[in-house]
Design a protein around this ligand. Sequence first.
Ligand SMILES: [Zn+2]
Length: 112
Amino acid sequence: MSRRWWTSPDGRMVYVGWDRSLQQFFLNVVSLCADCGGMGEEFGTEVPCVACMGDGVAHDVPSINLGTDSLDLLSAELSKQGIPLPDKVRADLAQDQRTNAGELVHDYDQAQ
Ligand SMILES: [Zn+2]
């Protein structure tokens, strides 16, 4: 499975990738916990954040989970959320499908 992610303009985390075993793309959009900013810990400590129980995700905002073999559908779902699918990510996903990508992780926030 390939896993690629970036931060959307409105601060949500967008995870996409190619699931080799299911032969489809997945899309997962989550909002980071507002209390700890996604760190999962009280600021400056190792105490788990009370609001998110330490996993850094805002549980009061619905997350999106989608599995599809269509990049168009994936892109449409994202734009429904007001999040554009960057051309580079789309091209990488198309390549993952072509090569039937296995283990691969790519953080677009760190390495453009
Ligand atoms: Zn938190």
